[in-house]
Design a protein around this ligand. Structure first.
Ligand code: SF4
Length: 247
């Protein structure tokens, strides 16, 4: 395929994806430009096992902060332990607390459609939150709660080794970037992960709005902003039709 033809195809697909995202209610693209997972390498299997161990042996019985008192169950995270892309939200909501899975309510459905509009499947990425237990009344996690839970997130990221982190909303963005600057100012601009754990710093971070906010502000300007943020991530990861494989 010539370079020019490849660019034409790339542009056409991008227009289609944007159209799906903005005009047709996040209808997913049908294809996945990343290679399908064919089998776990021993190192990957070990990392998956270690993630599971943190979840089962530590998080499920965790009482490090007061959020343990009202939870139904913990919500560790889910997805590809070898994901290039990790989404981090603020905390489980009611549905997540009930099911033990992250982002499964209405906001979760929208996040899934956002992932699909990027040409990925939900299982190609990893999804988690800064706290693993539901804050009462769906309030934002308090600083001490997020701090108490941070070690789990750090170890998740150390094991997954993503290429990009997308933070969803203000609490996740401010906690991960250790900043007080708000999401409205930070969204859409590449940030750098501070050194939050051994060998864990410097990763590119793209802050964007939380899907729950997008649902509340369901208008074209908000959706266009989120789509623009996701397109930057796609560009960074080579998630364009001309890029056929994980770098
Ligand atoms: Fe433990 Fe995190 Fe739950 Fe607090 S939110 S009890 S630190 S798992």
């Amino acid at each position: 395929m010539s370079e020019e033809f490849g660019k034409l195809i790339s542009t056409a697909r991008q227009i289609l994806a944007a159209d799906e995202l903005l005009c047709r209610d996040f209808i997913p693209r049908k294809e996945n430009p990343l290679p399908q997972f064919a089998g776990a390498s021993p190192a990957l299997e070990e990392r998956a096992r270690m993630l599971e161990a943190i979840d089962l042996e530590e998080v499920k019985g965790c009482t490090r902060c007061g959020l343990c008192e009202a939870r139904t169950q913990t919500v560790f995270g889910e997805g590809d332990p070898d994901a290039d892309l990790v989404f981090v939200g603020e905390g489980p909501g009611q549905q997540e607390d009930r099911t033990g899975r992250p982002f499964v309510g209405r906001a979760g459905e929208l996040l899934t459609r956002m992932i699909q509009a990027m040409g990925l499947r939900r299982e190609d990425v990893y999804i988690t939150n800064i706290v693993k237990c539901r804050p009462p009344g769906n309030r934002a996690p308090l600083a001490d709660e997020a701090d108490a839970c941070k070690d789990y997130l750090v170890r998740q990221l150390q094991l997954i080794c993503p290429k990009v982190i997308v933070t969803l909303g203000n609490p996740a963005t401010q906690n991960i970037l250790s900043t007080r600057v708000g999401i409205t100012k930070l969204r859409g601009q590449w940030q750098q992960l501070p050194l939050i754990g051994e060998d864990l710093g410097g990763l590119p971070v793209m802050p964007t709005f939380h899907p729950a906010f997008v649902l509340r502000q369901y208008n074209d300007p908000t959706r266009r902003k989120v789509w623009a943020d996701l397109q930057k991530v796609m560009e960074f990861l080579g998630l364009e039709p001309s890029a056929e494989s994980k770098a």
